[in-house]
Design a protein around this ligand. Structure first.
Ligand SMILES: [Zn+2]
Length: 409
């Protein structure tokens, strides 16, 4: 599996001088090439494309030798980036004639430099990037020991917020082969907690810490303070900077907690198959189109789909598998008899006249598990699951599933 790791680095002053010079050259190349593209577009000239611009590089290097200070593939990659930016412009131009052309990169801009496949050396604890700057300062960066890369595909160096330098390392991580160990764990992913049930009929809850909640209120207040100032005034700028910082902290903490929780879930479940109720994000957003709190609900689905992505790749790495199934109706259906109930979000318990009285999320997970096992015709596993649930006092009616399923035996 291909993964990407961001690593903060601290270049020395001498290294920074080299980096800035090289990046500045890349910026100029980007702008030259963009100018050429824009003019060709204006004058309806053909044949100005990536290949042509790449073929022009040797001549440019003869004329301006400084450009050969940059590792040649990095320079090519800059043109490739421009090409991609330009192509995406054309995509939107086809639909909208007012689409904006890509912009020239300003002087303050640190152009990201991409070393694809070659131009870097890597040994434990260090990464070195090639260049031919006359200062001969090595671009050798120490990286923390916890990062172990067997095979690196690409390294990009970039600057974040015009302040900190980062390496973005794309590398290969071996996956373990998936083996069905006949143990399953179904999840109902929620906003504040994730509820699971396993083949043994045991329920497990994972609390979703949601550090972003802590920031919500603070961010709202800071935003209103900022909006009371004149735009771009000194005070506005200061408050705006603060606001951005808080937003970033909130987002980072949320991402971090999602990483930790997904790791915990994947590591702690004995089941090699993890079943996730798949959210119908599209429908949800359409339904809420005109209702208040749209942003919040969309944000939550965004958070959950990222969480699903984390679970999926972390599971893959250790030989487990996630399977998403449509969770439609799983919260409304009584997991015992199959009767449908109106279940607005505030109703936390499923109460059914069949005698079922169960936490709504637990009820959902049982439905998700039943749906998965029956849809895949895994009747033995399903019987075991139902049998284990029966020991806890939950007697589910399996017959309705065998009727619903397309392949009854
Ligand atoms: Zn019922």
């Amino acid at each position: 599996m291909q993964l990407t790791q961001q690593i903060k680095i601290k270049p020395t002053t001498a290294q920074e001088v080299v980096l800035n010079t090289l990046s500045e050259k890349c910026r100029l190349i980007y702008n030259f090439a963009l100018k050429e593209r824009k003019e060709a577009f204006k004058n309806k000239l053909e044949g100005i494309n990536y290949i042509k611009q790449q073929n022009d590089l040797p001549e440019l290097k003869t004329k301006y030798p400084e450009y050969s200070w940059i590792y040649s593939k990095v320079l090519q990659y800059t043109l490739r980036t421009l090409d991609a930016d330009y192509k995406s412009f054309f995509q939107s131009y086809k639909k909208d004639k007012n689409a904006k052309l890509p912009k020239f990169k300003g002087k303050k801009y640190f152009t990201t430099m991409v070393y694809n496949q070659s131009g870097f050396k890597h040994r434990k604890g260090f990464i070195e990037l090639s260049h031919k700057h006359p200062a001969k300062t090595k671009l050798l960066f120490k990286i923390p020991d916890k990062f172990i890369f067997e095979k690196i595909y690409q390294i990009a160096i970039y600057k974040k917020d015009n302040k900190d330098y980062y390496l973005s390392v794309t590398y290969q991580k071996p996956e373990l082969k998936y083996k069905d160990n006949k143990l399953y764990q179904a999840f109902d992913l929620g906003v504040t907690k994730h509820t699971a049930v396993n083949s043994k009929g045991e329920f497990i809850e994972f609390i979703n810490k949601r550090p972003d909640r802590y920031w919500e209120d603070k961010i709202q207040k800071a935003q209103s303070r900022r909006d009371h100032c004149r735009k771009k005034s000194n005070r506005w700028n200061l408050l705006n900077k603060n606001l951005k910082l808080m937003k970033r902290k909130s987002a980072n903490q949320l991402k971090d907690s999602q990483h930790k929780l997904s790791r915990k879930i994947v590591d702690n479940t004995k089941a090699n198959t993890i079943i996730l109720g798949k959210l119908e994000t599209k429908k949800l957003s359409q339904k809420n189109k005109y209702s208040k709190g749209l942003n919040k609900s969309l944000q939550n689905t965004g958070n959950i789909s990222r969480f699903v992505r984390f679970l999926t790749y972390k599971a893959k790495l250790i030989g487990k598998r996630t399977i998403e199934i449509n969770e439609r109706g799983t919260s409304k259906k009584c997991c015992v008899c199959g009767k449908l109930h109106n279940m607005p979000l505030y109703k936390r318990i499923m109460i059914c006249d069949c005698g079922n009285l169960l936490d709504r999320d637990k009820n959902s997970t049982v439905n998700i598990m039943s749906k998965f096992l029956s849809q895949n015709g895994m009747w033995t596993s399903y019987q075991q699951f139902a049998g284990n649930l029966r020991k806890t006092g939950l007697v589910i009616d399996m017959t309705r599933y065998s009727q619903e399923a397309p392949f009854v035996r």
